[in-house]
Every structure is written in C-alpha cells, then in structure tokens.
Unconditional design. Structure first.
Length: 247
C-alpha cells in the first residue's frame, strides 16, 4: 500500500536521531533500582528530552508536510490508546511476566548447571508515597507522569514506528512512506516491543495496536498521541488506586 512520501533530512547517520534517545533511556534504565529511582528517573527524563531536543530538526515525520493530527486521526489515536491500556490493566493477573519467566528458567537450570539458586523473581514494588519530605514526593510523581506522558511516547514512537518498522524493510528507511511496512516488519517490531516490557503480553498487544494505527492513519503524531493517552490513563489508574506495580 502506498502512502505520502516522507521528505528526507541530510545526515551522515540518518538512524542516529531515532536510536540515540532510546539508547540513552535503556542505558539509564539498566542502572535504575529502587535505591536510586528518586533521583535517577528525573535524570533519565531530562537526558532523553535533551537528546530529542538536540535532534529535533531531523524528525521529518513530525514536520509540516507529513500527516498530522486532523480530527479523525486524533479520535482514532485516543480510542486506540484507551483500548490498549484497558487491555494492559485487565489482562495483568492472567499471565507470568518476563521477570517471573526468567526466574522459572533459572530455577530449572540451576540444578543442572550446579549453580546457586536464583534470587527472587522480582524485588519489592517501589512506593513513591514513602518518599520524604512531601515536596520530594510531589516532585518525583510530577517527573514520573511528565516522563511517561510527554517524553517516552515521543522517544518510543520515533524509534519503533518512525525508524525500526521501516528500516526492517529498507536500510534507507526515510525513503519509505510513513505507515507503509511489510508483515515481517510488523511482526518484528511487535515482538521486540513486547520483549521491551516486563508485561510482555500487554506489550505485544499494544505494539500491534499502535502499528495498526500507523497503517490506518499514516501519521506518526497519531501514534505518539495514542501512546501518550495510554500512559496518561495508566498514570491515573496507578495514582488513584496505588497500584504501583505498573510503575
């Protein structure tokens, strides 16, 4: 299927503006723990936002001339975002998460390899209501919501649905119209998007829904909006119910 051709921006490494924010995010995520989350999460948000701002002129999919957010696309995006997070929350009790699956695998392998038994599948859930003083608690929650709603959707959609889903089909990914991709690219990006999240099954479903939205609207801003709506709705759920495992 054909879509609107995407203008290109000259860059010696055209993939770098799309990959760098995700790389910074993942590097800081690996260093993240309950012990340092209060200061490392805001740092992660600022670092990723800074990289996105640095490369802002290279994101041709977000510039005038590409599909934007006309009313029909916006409504599709909001609907998909809400459906995605409803399935994420509702399905959570019914399947093992990646941490649990890894724990089971290590528990099965340790006797065979004569290695020490694995540690617990997951540590305690971080509860931001325990942060003191109250000003620090509020600052962390604001940073957490802002990162999830304003920064992460832009970073992830630029990586997954502006870069990777097109790069899988063609190395010169900017020559591929936004929203045009093969079933192979669809499957690979959905699988990797699921693997990126501890809630892997919910990640697979969300990745498929966002990919479908991209094909339906030919609009990266629509995917960013859907992702932001999902994360905002999840933040409301978490804060209203104290269901911190989703954070």
């Amino acid at each position: 299927m054909r879509g609107m051709a995407t203008p290109t921006v000259s860059h010696s490494k055209p993939w770098l503006p799309y990959v760098a924010p995700m790389a910074v995010y993942m590097a800081l995520l690996l260093a993240q723990s309950n012990a340092n989350l209060v200061w490392l999460y805001p740092l992660k948000v600022l670092a990723v936002a800074g990289v996105l701002w640095w490369f802002r002129n290279h994101y041709v999919e977000l510039q005038p001339g590409c599909a934007g957010l006309a009313a029909p696309r916006a409504w599709w995006a909001v609907g998909i975002g809400l459906v995605a997070i409803a399935l994420w929350i509702a399905g959570d009790p019914y399947y093992p998460k990646i941490e649990e699956l890894m724990f089971r695998c290590e528990s099965w392998l340790s006797p065979l390899l004569h290695s020490p038994p694995p540690k617990a599948a997951a540590g305690p859930v971080f509860d931001p209501t325990l942060i003191q003083p109250a000003a620090n608690r509020l600052a962390f929650i604001v940073a957490r919501v802002a990162g999830a709603v304003l920064v992460v959707p832009v970073m992830e959609e630029l990586f997954w649905r502006a870069f990777l889903i097109r790069w899988v089909d063609q190395e010169d990914f900017q020559a591929v119209p936004v929203g045009v991709f093969s079933w192979r690219a669809f499957a690979i990006t959905v699988a990797l998007f699921g693997a990126e999240h501890n809630q892997w099954l919910a990640g697979l479903i969300c990745g498929a829904l966002y990919n479908w939205l991209l094909r339906r609207t030919r609009s990266l801003p629509a995917c960013i909006l859907a992702h932001a709506v999902s994360n905002a709705a999840l933040a409301v759920w978490v804060l209203a119910r104290g269901d911190w495992k989703f954070w």
